[in-house]
Design a protein around this ligand. Structure first.
Ligand SMILES: *[C@@H]1O[C@H](CO)[C@@H](O)[C@H](O)[C@H]1NC(C)=O
Ligand SMILES: *[C@@H]1O[C@H](CO)[C@@H](O)[C@H](O)[C@H]1NC(C)=O
Ligand SMILES: *[C@@H]1O[C@H](CO)[C@@H](O)[C@H](O)[C@H]1NC(C)=O
Ligand SMILES: *[C@@H]1O[C@H](CO)[C@@H](O)[C@H](O)[C@H]1NC(C)=O
Ligand SMILES: *[C@@H]1O[C@H](CO)[C@@H](O)[C@H](O)[C@H]1NC(C)=O
Ligand SMILES: *[C@@H]1O[C@H](CO)[C@@H](O)[C@H](O)[C@H]1NC(C)=O
Length: 530
């Protein structure tokens, strides 16, 4: 009955799509990374060709929110060019301090309520109106715009390195517009801290039926007290765990996504993106794991009317791998987007303008992030696992090279490693390639390494290597077969399982949606990422 009642929790990033623009908190990790990006001034320059990305504002068109859902979210009168100005940094004070949604007081909620009510009362031809704000996301998520100088290339900000900067820009302007509507230059959007135990249920004010934060098309079955399942699959209608175990599982899951599975830039951020690129076939952990929640019942205009609630991470200190990201991201710093500001001016803002949130005049209230140190233990002591796996070796005769399988059940594959490598700074990565999914199906499967006890398949245990999630996206050719890749960093995992000296490992695929029986996989191999 998956059809009936699902709230999809998917990992578009830090986004939870509910029915209001409440917006994204891109968080401290992003801020650390993006601040550092200033040093990585390596814009995409290819033989003198300008490969920066920007939208061609006069080339907007209908687009697909889902393969079966044609939407139109272009602004009125887009055909006529609008004059724009270059972005200028705001006054450095007052600083807007974004607070976790579960800690807001009544007077703040009343203020936000008022601002949002005014925004919702503005007519559609006002770019500050709620629907226009919402449609910004629609435009760049469904490929409504084409790239400047690249007619025919749709511009899409998801699954790539444009993800962080674009969302940061959108929220920056949205927040300032809300503030200006109530004449409050300290107004700051709240963020939903769904990654910490105190914030793991939907914050109360979003579910208050009498407020503008509410939307009738949400799936009530995910309302408090249900703890959000950060590893949600569309087939899970009922909670998989009790509240306490769900919380523990979420923390371990965050650790996998943000720490052990994200040690290299591309593992975390997904594909680079430059003019002319097609959609990315291998999103990073940051986007494979965000969960959004909405319902399918009423065939909501998924990428259009349903908008983002804001969320996510506050304090991310101590991530040891920041150094790697710094040296390796050649992001398109000169790529740009255009937004209306609170004074109704169209502003051109570049990626390099949003690297430093201090200059953007806001900050985040700090919250503890217990998952930072939530390194999961092996489900079975390694020596015992080794014995069990040896006994079961004959049951799993499948080897890795071009095995080409349909994922119609749990599947274990033996994959050879190259144990002689001594390059300490390389990340050992399981690459599952040629994953063919139908463009109109939700697909999710999990991956475990050296799983010896099938009753312990849970991200709480070290054997969990990561997950594959495909969400029917926008863009042309939505119904076509899509060929995807999954890359999972496993160096730390292998060490903890004491398998880092072994010549081979077991990789187990566990389907999480029935649609996996329509998914085929070409092969699996180990790569070492510098
Ligand atoms: C409510 O919270 C805001 C910050 O979000 C703070 O400035 C204000 O003083 C608080 N009001 C009360 C009555 O505590
Ligand atoms: C588009 O082409 C024009 C003219 O060649 C050039 O000046 C401009 O920089 C290009 N813009 C982008 C984003 O490629
Ligand atoms: C923008 O799109 C319009 C309409 O398709 C096209 O005529 C124009 O050449 C495009 N401009 C650039 C710079 O790509
Ligand atoms: C993996 O290694 C084993 C033992 O060295 C060898 O027999 C087998 O052919 C290798 N498999 C692949 C796919 O390379
Ligand atoms: C991991 O799995 C491989 C099977 O390919 C096995 O040879 C090895 O002993 C296992 N190691 C541990 C520590 O379980
Ligand atoms: C597999 O694909 C076919 C054709 O698109 C579809 O009818 C069927 O429902 C799919 N099966 C599952 C289990 O999703």
């Amino acid at each position: 009955m998956a059809e009936k009642k699902w709230i999809l929790i998917l990992f578009l990033t830090f986004i939870i799509a509910v029915s209001q623009v409440h917006h994204l908190y891109m968080g401290e990790l992003a801020s650390i990374m993006l601040e550092k990006l200033q040093q990585w001034r390596k814009p995409f320059n290819n033989g003198g060709k300008n490969l920066a990305i920007g939208p061609n504002l006069t080339a907007c068109h209908s687009s697909y929110g889902r393969p079966d859902l044609l939407v139109y979210c272009c602004p009125p009168g887009f055909q006529t060019p609008v004059p724009f100005t270059d972005f200028k940094f705001p006054d450095p004070s007052p600083v807007r301090v974004r607070r976790p949604a579960h800690l807001l007081n009544e007077s703040f909620i009343a203020k936000y309520n008022k601002a949002l009510s005014i925004m919702k009362s503005l007519p559609y031809d006002d770019p500050r109106s709620f629907l226009r704000q919402a449609n910004l996301h629609c435009q760049f998520c469904t490929g409504a715009y084409e790239m400047l100088n690249r007619s025919g290339s749709e511009l899409n900000i998801h699954r790539t390195w444009m993800f962080f900067p674009w969302h940061r820009m959108m929220i920056y302007f949205h927040e300032r517009i809300l503030g200006s509507l109530i004449g409050d230059d300290t107004f700051a959007l709240p963020f939903w801290a769904w990654d910490i135990p105190d914030g793991m249920t939907i914050p109360d004010f979003y579910v208050d039926k009498s407020s503008p934060f509410f939307h009738s098309q949400r799936d009530f079955s995910h309302f408090p007290p249900r703890v959000a399942d950060l590893d949600y699959s569309t087939d899970d209608n009922d909670p998989r765990f009790d509240g306490k175990e769900q919380t523990e599982t979420n923390l371990a899951f965050m650790y996998n996504r943000m720490v052990s599975g994200a040690k290299k830039t591309e593992l975390f951020m997904g594909c680079t993106y430059k003019a002319g690129d097609k959609n990315c076939d291998s999103p990073g952990t940051i986007e494979r794991k965000i969960w959004a929640s909405f319902t399918r019942r009423q065939k909501i205009r998924f990428f259009t009317l349903i908008i983002q609630i804001s969320i996510v991470f506050g304090k991310f200190g101590g991530i040891s791998t920041i150094g790697n990201w710094i040296s390796t991201i050649p992001i398109g710093l000169i790529s740009f987007f255009l937004f209306y500001d609170e004074n109704l001016n169209l502003v051109k803002i570049k990626v390099k303008d949003v690297l430093d949130i201090t200059k953007l005049g806001y900050s985040y209230e700090e919250v503890d992030r217990p998952w930072l140190n939530h390194r999961p233990p092996p489900s079975v002591p390694p020596e015992q696992a080794r014995r069990i796996i040896k006994l079961k070796q004959n049951e799993n005769p499948v080897f890795s090279s071009d095995f080409r399988r349909v994922l119609d059940g749990k599947l274990t594959v033996t994959v050879n490693r190259s144990v002689k490598r001594e390059k300490v700074d390389e990340e050992e990565t399981v690459v599952v390639y040629g994953i063919v999914v139908r463009g109109n199906e939700y697909v999710k499967f999990d991956v475990y390494v050296n799983l010896s006890d099938d009753t312990k398949m849970n991200p709480k245990f070290r054997e969990f290597a990561g997950t594959f999630a495909y969400i029917p996206g926008g863009g042309r050719g939505g119904h076509d077969l899509k060929k995807m890749k999954l890359k999972l960093g496993i160096s730390e995992l292998l060490k903890d399982l004491k398998a880092d000296e072994d010549e081979s490992i077991w990789v187990t695929f566990v389907p999480r949606t029935t649609s996996c029986s329509n998914v085929s996989i070409e092969g699996i191999k180990i790569e070492y990422i510098k």
